[in-house]
Design a protein around this ligand. Sequence first.
Ligand code: FAD
Ligand code: DLZ
Length: 513
Amino acid sequence: MKRALIPILGDQLSLDLSALEGADPARDVLLMMEVAEEAGYVRHHRRKIAYLFSAMRHHAAALREAGWRVDYVTLDDPANAGSFTGEVARAIDRHRPERIVVTEAGEWRVAAMFDQWETLFGLPVEVRADARFLCGHAEFDAWAAGRKALRMEYFYREMRRKTGLLMAGGEPEGGQWNYDQENRKPAERDLTVPRPLSFAPDAITQEVLALVERHFGNHPGRLEKFDFAVTREDALRQQAYFLRHALPRFGDYQDAMLTDEPFLWHSILSPYLNAGLLDPLALCRAVEAEYRAGRVPLNSAEGFIRQIIGWREYVRGIYWREGPDYPRRNFLEATRPLPGWYWTGETDLHCLAQAIGQTLDNAYAHHIQRLMITGNFALLIGADPYQVHLWYLEVYADAYEWVEAPNTVGMSQFADGGVIASKPYASSGNYIHKMSDYCGACHYSVTRKTGQGACPFNLLYWHFLDRHRDRFENNPRMAQMYRTWDRMDADKRRTVLSEAEDFLTRMSKGDTV
Ligand code: FAD
Ligand code: DLZ
């Protein structure tokens, strides 16, 4: 077999990566590269870069220990060419390979680079499917073909059948596919909330933290108290901790939000799953085992497994099926710039200050904060969905376009016109009040619908429905809300709309809102 160069990207940190299948440690060279282009295609949160570079360096050490030859290029290597393509070119000069083998990229932008390599380098390039996902592109497309609507629920059932997870003789465990109705308890402050494990930076991480400080000072987010897992072993420790301490209540409190509690009963495993330190299917099997052992209720086990073999696989399928223009979609023709305080958290809206502040601190917010606080607000004000997409890609440690764009552009901003969601995730302050304790500490009053101190979500919700009436009035899932709006006194409707306009004008002028 001919000598191969095997590039391993920052989100390919798995020991059983498909590119390594059949490779020979004595003959082939693995290439890992920290490059300015990847660290700078958006202004990634500094914690995200630190996590990834440290995890890459630890992974290189693990690969070497397993017998592989790893050529690792650091960001501050003076000869660093600054891009994947530039570094592969330099590595070809160093190692004279006869072919390149690589696992498929996680986004269109990088896939387009791979497409050029054969011509550029005059070497055969083999791009292999990413076996860390359950559902390949052809399988997803076959599932989607001929369907009017691509709803996650039906895809998820296929994945349950395929994996056998939570199945009982061909039927779903407990008789229902989905226990979503049992995933919506508001959190209560007196419950003891588990804290994720904290991993003290070792010498490698400290070196990376100093490098990120030097090179990415103008990127958002805080580096202080960095405590991510950066090795497979530590990521597995967080997994085990989650299974024991948080999973039992994950189901009940999946949608809950509490002031100064960023993590609640969530797993905080997405950065590790998406970079390859953890295996999604093995995690789901471990979750099922907890249920079968009677340590975890069914609504928790099913709710968690649904997120991974359902949502995670489904959004990936949608991303690759919809094509490279997907992040640029703008069904609602929204053009407002995202307010500058999305990068500081300085707003009087307590829920937003919490979600954004925690994001800047931790490069993390849980799903309902992303969807119903920052996402909902951006949707209601008519923010440009491409800008919103860039913000999410920038600020979360788990953000890669294949998973971020469908969640943001599709689920949260309805900019794909309903490929993912059957209706927009728009809500007034009532939902936030029901699911959190945020409103109690807010400058605004959630119970005020108009007038001094009225919750902006209340005003903006009706403004959103009113300005998009043509698009949504015939959507059966929204008809009730239009009836409620139409029943409102005409003067009140005028007041709501004009106060919403005032709010938008003040916000766009840069006034503190
Ligand atoms: P948990 O709540 O513990 O859930 C377990 C796992 O399920 C997660 O680790 C994740 O792998 C998976 N999961 C849950 N929901 C989703 C979902 N909707 N799509 C895909 N996987 C899911 N997730 C990312 O991994 N990267 C992103 O860039 C990202 N961007 C998002 C943007 C928006 C606007 C929204 C609404 C959601 C986004 N999500 C993204 C999905 C979800 O918010 C995160 O996966 C989750 O918050 C990660 O935290 P956790 O590991 O504690 O998750
Ligand atoms: C996100 C990221 C960053 C910040 N830096 C690097 C890097 O320097 N080297 C690398 O191999 N990968 C990095 N990544 C992850 C890549 O952007 C990711 O692999 C591609 O988006 C393909 O999914």
